[in-house]
Write a protein that binds this ligand. Structure first.
Ligand SMILES: Nc1ncnc2c1ncn2[C@@H]1O[C@H](COP(=O)(O)OP(=O)(O)OP(=O)(O)O)[C@@H](O)[C@H]1O
Ligand SMILES: [Mg+2]
Length: 326
């Protein structure tokens, strides 16, 4: 049996706008294996949230799927009915958002919300409550039994995020998607959550798709990295390979801007001079060319393909093609 859990193939997604179609995702191809932690990294606006909302089909009304496939356990998700997608979201794929208040209902106790999540289960109320307490314990909430009766505002931000993770894991999903789950937290809490996620991944044996604009966190947590720029994958590969041997100038700049020291880092976004191109009006050639200090003449009119350079390491840059850069 294949180890591939999620497979994204040539995915193209546009947003219809008054200015014309905004090309939010172009030709996205990567996969996530069972039990693996894959990080998606890129600057703000590069399409990370569009990608995960497309996987979950929780998209804005002006979203248009133009091409490609999203396969989960071998099944193409795009043709699935909304009812089947809802079942999948509740059981096989879970999500943790950046802001845990998006997950928690402020007027219900945490215990009530964790019971509600188990509505499909035939277990008794007492059993469901015991399971909820056990999950809170697993994510490191002290005295979980008593804390079930508290409301979301009675927990700190870091605890709320851990509770969101506990809720996401209640269904024992095969895939946990986390969209910048630590961005709203301070550095110490961020480290705690990352360490906890690593433990939980082992314990629950789920795959994690972890979205961040922060390379340090990705380096700490992930097995593989997908680097996105302006709606496209520009590099992907094993985490060590990407950090020690990056093959795209954009990845190199991201690493330069972010030394990856999760414990000492400053809370600033990486800054690379210049701006992401207008997705409604993409330039010809390589999308990174205007900001690249190594651009070649061919970059102006030819789009570099995402090419396998070594086993599992791909990059989309003409500098890696000897016949062009020679
Ligand atoms: N419903 C929409 N209609 C039109 N444009 C949209 C819509 N949603 C997002 N966009 C645009 O699509 C592009 C990708 O946005 P997306 O939210 O996926 O980026 P992101 O990588 O998640 O950014 P961030 O790091 O800020 O969360 C951006 O240019 C954004 O402005
Ligand atoms: Mg986002």
């Amino acid at each position: 049996m294949s180890d591939t859990l999620l497979q994204i193939d040539n995915l193209g997604v546009d947003y219809e706008t008054a200015r014309g179609d905004l090309k939010a995702l172009r030709d996205i191809t990567f996969d996530v294996n069972r039990g693996e932690i894959v990080g998606i990294v890129g600057e703000s606006g590069c399409g990370k949230s569009t990608l995960i909302s497309s996987i979950l089909r929780l998209t804005a009304p002006n979203t248009r799927f133009r091409q490609g496939e999203i396969r989960f356990k071998g099944q193409d998700l795009l043709p699935l009915s909304e009812r089947r997608m809802r079942a999948l979201r509740g059981e096989d794929i879970s999500i943790v958002f950046q802001d845990p208040m998006q997950t928690h209902n402020p007027v219900l106790t945490i215990g009530q919300q964790m019971l509600d999540i188990q509505h499909r289960s035939k277990a008794s109320k007492a059993e469901k409550r015991a399971r909820a307490a056990k999950m809170l314990g697993a994510v490191g909430i002290p005295d979980p039994e008593a804390r079930l009766d508290q409301f979301p505002h009675e927990f700190s931000g870091g605890m709320r995020q851990r509770i969101a993770i506990a809720m996401a894991l209640m269904s024992e999903p095969d895939l946990l998607i986390a969209d910048e789950p630590t961005t709203a937290l301070d550095a110490t809490l961020e480290v705690q959550i990352i360490e906890r996620l690593q433990e939980l991944q082992q314990q629950f044996d789920c795959a994690i798709l972890f979205i961040s604009h922060h390379l340090g966190v990705i380096a700490e947590l992930c097995d593989r990295v997908v680097v996105m720029y302006a709606g496209a994958v520009i590099e992907s590969g094993d985490v060590r390979e990407i950090f020690h041997n990056p093959k795209h100038p954009y990845t190199r700049r991201l690493i330069d801007c972010d030394p990856g020291h999760i414990k000492t880092r400053a809370r600033v976004l990486p800054t690379i001079p210049g701006e992401v191109p207008d997705l409604a009006n993409l330039p010809e050639g390589c999308i990174f060319r205007d900001r690249c200090d190594q651009a070649l003449p061919c970059c102006a009119h030819q789009v570099p393909p995402l090419t396998q350079l070594q086993e599992g390491h791909r990059a989309a840059c003409w500098l890696n093609h000897e016949e062009v850069s020679a």
